[in-house]
Design a binder for this molecule. Structure first.
Ligand code: NAD
Ligand code: MG
Length: 393
């Protein structure tokens, strides 16, 4: 029997790579549902190619356009519309695997639905864990869902940990070493980054990704979000996670053990490797990624992160240490600030200013429920948006 997959965010960078891997293994996997918010032409093409049973879009106008495109191609895909429909195709009884490749806080509700329904979850979206890690990990535990990290660093750590470990305690692990490329502005000072453009910020040297995560990689907020993600996934404290800058993006992360061993996972920087790993786990399947040629790479460099010129990493690690709803506030204000930068309303270095200001104005409390997380999230968005009105260019 083929496993049925829902791909949330099918039209994005991770979604497209996921469908590429699936199309190499049609004997094992079939597409249940595909979702997308923009690029309706691409979503239609994907639904036709993969004979998706359902497609989900968010706004009614996109649904009308998608239905007409699918009808003219005689496709049998049923089009659903709205955020609730994202959850319907995530916890549906016929679904085996849910790939979460929606960007940002919009990924939270369908990911929780998949967790509550005990699905195999391939998690690329990191914002959901950062916002509501406690609630999410509880849901996974209660339902027996299988959570497999797709973010390349966390997938690497997962591969380097002992197969039976549930967290670090008792496993002989000293610390997790989280790789960072340093992004397109590695080596620059704050002054040199004041006037960088959107185009420069989204041009990552090693990875091809969506705009939001590309900007996060350039500010190092991505690494900060990943530090928080690692704490939830591997039951680690922030002190057990060290960020190491490795500009070649070949060593995707490492685990340091008490006996002196350090185990690393290496590969070409192509997300189809962690996607294929998570899809087939505990088996291995081909991904279409070129074999790693170590002679071609020849050298691998490692340095410490520049915390002075990249304050977002420190803001995130402080939020991780503060706990409670500080990570949700960090994430929400960052999403608003990154969008304002992409809209050319604020400068690149002001992203950190917005996040710092929002955090400093917040009184943190333990989010006991989903509603409490959503309240912290919207309060932080509101504050960040009004601060941007004060500082915008
Ligand atoms: P992307 O911008 O290329 O794609 C995002 C997808 O989410 C698209 O399908 C889009 O239509 C959909 N989407 C956006 N807003 C939505 C909303 N409000 N409601 C419903 N759907 C919405 O992003 P990406 O680069 O593929 O990244 C996706 C997620 O995976 C992010 O959380 C990112 O941090 C994470 N991730 C990406 C990479 C990568 O290499 N691209 C690596 C690691 C982790
Ligand atoms: Mg990553």
């Amino acid at each position: 029997m083929r496993q049925q997959i829902t791909v949330l965010g099918a039209t994005g960078s991770i979604g497209v790579s996921t469908l590429d891997v699936i199309s190499q293994h049609t004997d094992k996997y079939s597409v249940f549902a595909l979702t997308g918010n923009q690029k309706i032409d691409l979503l239609a093409t994907q639904c036709i190619k993969h004979s998706a049973r359902y497609a989900v879009v968010i706004d009614p106008q996109s649904a009308v356009i998608l239905r007409s495109k699918l009808k003219s191609a005689d496709a049998e895909t049923e089009v659903l519309c709205g955020v609730e429909a994202l959850s319907e195709v995530s916890d549906h009884a016929d679904v085996d695997i849910v790939m979460v490749a929606i960007v940002g806080a919009a990924g939270l509700l369908p990911t929780l639905s998949a967790a509550n329904a005990g699905k195999k979850i391939l998690l690329a979206n990191k914002e959901a864990l950062v916002m509501a890690g406690g609630l999410f990990m509880e849901a996974v535990k209660a339902s027996g869902a299988l959570l497999l990290p797709v973010d390349s660093e966390h997938n690497a750590i997962f591969q380097c940990l002992p197969p039976t470990s549930r967290g670090l305690s008792g496993s002989g692990v000293l610390r997790l070493l989280l790789s960072a490329s340093g992004g397109p502005f590695r080596g620059l000072t704050t002054e040199q980054m004041v006037d960088v453009t959107v185009e420069q910020a989204v041009a990552h040297p090693n990875w091809s990704m969506g705009h939001k995560i590309s900007v996060d990689s350039a500010t190092l907020m991505n690494k900060g979000l990943e530090l928080i993600e690692a704490c939830w996934l591997f039951d680690a404290t922030p002190d057990q996670v060290d960020v190491i800058v490795h500009p070649q993006s070949i060593v995707h992360s490492l685990v340091q053990y008490a006996d002196g061993s350090v185990i690393a996972q290496l590969g070409n920087p192509d997300m189809r490797t962690p996607i294929a790993h998570a899809l087939a786990w505990p088996d291995r399947i081909g991904s279409g990624v070129a074999e790693l040629d170590l002679f071609d790479i020849a050298r691998l460099d490692f340095t410490k992160p520049d915390l002075e010129n990249f304050p977002c990493l420190t803001l995130a690690s402080e939020a991780a240490r503060t706990g409670m709803d500080a990570p949700a506030v960090l994430n929400a204000s960052n999403e608003i600030a990154v969008q304002a930068f992409l809209d050319r309303r604020i400068g690149f270095t002001q992203i950190a200013d917005v996040v710092k200001e929002t955090l400093s104005r917040s009184i943190f409390k333990e989010p006991e429920s989903l509603a409490a997380v959503q309240e912290s999230d919207s309060r932080a968005r509101h504050y960040a948006a009004s601060f941007i009105l004060e500082i915008e260019r």
